[in-house]
Design a protein around this ligand. Structure first.
Ligand code: 5RP
Length: 234
């Protein structure tokens, strides 16, 4: 196992422990997508009977949860989730994230919006001072691909169509390289105004509340404070 994989496993186990300690028996859990989220799903197995069920952020996660015997519930049957647990491609010191490397950003944003607390699980490589080194994934209605791509070029980015990829919602992904993202909240809102954009991978308006970060020396925990600024709880 690589060091990065070890850190993913450690934060997945820590998030499962957080769920076991904080989620009331029989409550529903929001579950993210990706290799870190997959490890988290596996870590739920020992106490799956205590979960009322899960809302999945992708068909891939739905299949994994179902295979484990965890009931998957449609979000329309749920008014609120206590917790949402997911990975990130990048996370900044304000706990804003860049997500969508796995292409599940739209459903991830929807399920996250229904949750009271967003727990981000990430290995050390994901923590960055400023978002944007990882290309920004944007889900786009297929007929608007070229229109949206031109808008990103005007914004100073270099959009590339994710080849051979169709989202769970039947759309395409543009990965936008080279964007400077000093203000993720403002850029998230601006991109949402481009006609044809379904969702962009900036999670700033609804950032993480808790970050469990795997590092060489163990897990660091960061928590958003009441005034919105994150503080270390390690
Ligand atoms: C999927 C995502 C993932 O959370 C993100 O890509 C991180 O993935 P991984 O845990 O495999 O590094 O946003 O759409």
């Amino acid at each position: 196992m690589t060091q990065q994989d070890e850190q993913k496993e450690a934060v997945a186990q820590a998030a499962a422990a957080h769920v076991r300690e904080n989620l009331p028996q029989g409550a529903l859990l929001g579950v993210g997508t990706g290799s870190t989220a997959n490890r988290f799903i596996a870590a739920l197995a020992p106490f799956r009977e205590r979960l009322g069920g899960a809302v999945a952020s992708s068909e891939a996660s739905r299949e994994r949860l179902t295979a484990l015997g965890i009931r998957v519930v449609d979000l329309n049957e749920v008014t609120e989730l206590a917790l949402y647990v997911d990975g990130a491609d990048e996370i900044d010191p304000g706990l804003s994230m860049l997500k969508g490397g796995g292409g599940a950003l739209t459903r991830e944003k929807i399920v996250a919006a229904a949750a009271r607390v967003f727990v981000c699980i990430a290995d050390a490589k994901k923590r960055v001072p400023v978002l944007g080194k990882f290309p920004l994934p944007v889900e786009v209605i297929p007929m608007a691909t070229n229109l949206v791509a031109r808008a990103f070029t005007e914004l100073g980015g270099a959009p590339r169509l994710r080849a051979g990829f169709v989202t769970d919602n039947g759309n395409v992904i543009l990965d936008v390289h080279g964007l400077a993202i000093p203000d993720p909240l403002a850029l998230e809102a601006r991109i949402n105004q481009i006609p044809g954009v379904v969702t962009n991978g900036l999670f700033a308006q609804r950032g993480a509340d808790i970050l469990l970060l795997g590092t060489e020396t163990g897990i660091l925990r960061f928590e958003r404070t009441r005034d919105g600024s994150p503080e270390s709880k390690d």
